[in-house]
Design a binder for this molecule. Structure first.
Ligand SMILES: [Zn+2]
Ligand SMILES: [Zn+2]
Length: 279
């Protein structure tokens, strides 16, 4: 699918597996169970160490090695760094392989170069275990603020005279929350303003009420609706729906409950869109 002009290949079912690929950025977020397409991504940014988000890490590294691809780079929360190294070492001993890969620890406040002129900025996503989302930021040129409104001939004259008429500005292309409670929307401007927001919305109706959703460390649709006016995103991809909801139910509930102005920008990542997976 293409959202806000960005290609996204994704699978996500709460508790079972999540893997979000951005082919044009050459990255993936999380690998719960490694889809074959994700093997192609040389960089993976992990949000947290729940099995449905990190379970496929060793498989990813091993499969890339098997088919002769260069060692992948994994970005993991600082809290997980030592244990991820230990996990990979355990796999090396178990299958007598070298499992080539690079692991980098990062956390909120860092700016991580992910290639292609893009920076990943981790931010805190409050969850049951340490978790961080990522904002993917690129730098664009735009006309210097003090020159806005000048006639084109004047700008051309200044350019020819050697004046620099543009300035850099940063655009948040994508924000991916990972698993989180809704508070991340209130706290993180990048989440509210990213061109494409990929947000977990695990629970959708009274079958799991808001307080239960919060205690499980997840977002409930009621909380999204309360904040509808906060989302300035061009497009939103809702992910990580609980396996208790069918694709039909998800669409019906979103159609019925999301206010106009938000509904048109929301694409649900439906279980039926992943026929090669277990659902
Ligand atoms: Zn999860
Ligand atoms: Zn989780």
């Amino acid at each position: 699918m293409k959202l806000a002009g960005i290609d996204v290949e994704a699978v996500s079912v709460g508790g079972l597996e999540t893997c979000i690929e951005l082919p044009a950025f050459d990255i993936a977020f999380d690998i719960g169970r490694c889809p074959m397409s994700a093997v192609k991504r040389p960089r993976v940014l992990f949000t947290h160490a729940h099995m449905d988000h990190m379970g496929g890490i060793a498989y990813h590294a091993a499969t890339r090695d098997l088919v002769g691809m260069k060692p992948p780079t994994y970005f993991v929360p600082r809290e997980n760094y030592e244990d991820v190294l230990g996990l990979l070492d355990a796999w090396r001993r178990l299958d007598r392989s070298t499992l080539p890969c690079n692991v980098h620890a990062c956390g909120p406040g860092d700016r991580v170069d992910i290639g292609g002129g893009r920076i990943a900025e981790p931010f805190r996503s409050p969850h049951r275990v340490p978790c961080q989302g990522y904002a993917i930021v690129s730098t664009r040129k735009k006309l210097r603020a003090d020159l806005v409104g000048l006639p084109p001939q004047e700008l051309q004259r200044r350019r020819l005279a050697g004046e620099v008429v543009s300035e850099d500005h940063e655009v948040v292309d994508v924000a991916f929350t990972g698993d989180t409670v809704i508070d991340v929307v209130d706290r993180e401007e990048k989440v509210r303003t990213a061109r494409l927001l990929i947000l977990e919305v695990t629970f959708l109706d009274e079958r799991v009420p808001v307080d239960k959703a919060r205690s499980k460390g997840h977002v409930h649709l009621d909380e999204v609706i309360e904040r509808a006016a906060l989302f300035q995103n061009e497009a939103l991809l809702f992910t990580h729906f609980s396996a208790r909801y069918s694709a039909d139910q998800i669409v019906r509930i979103l159609d019925a409950r999301l206010p106009p102005g938000l509904r048109e920008r929301v694409t649900p990542l439906l279980p039926a869109s992943t026929p090669d997976r277990m659902r």
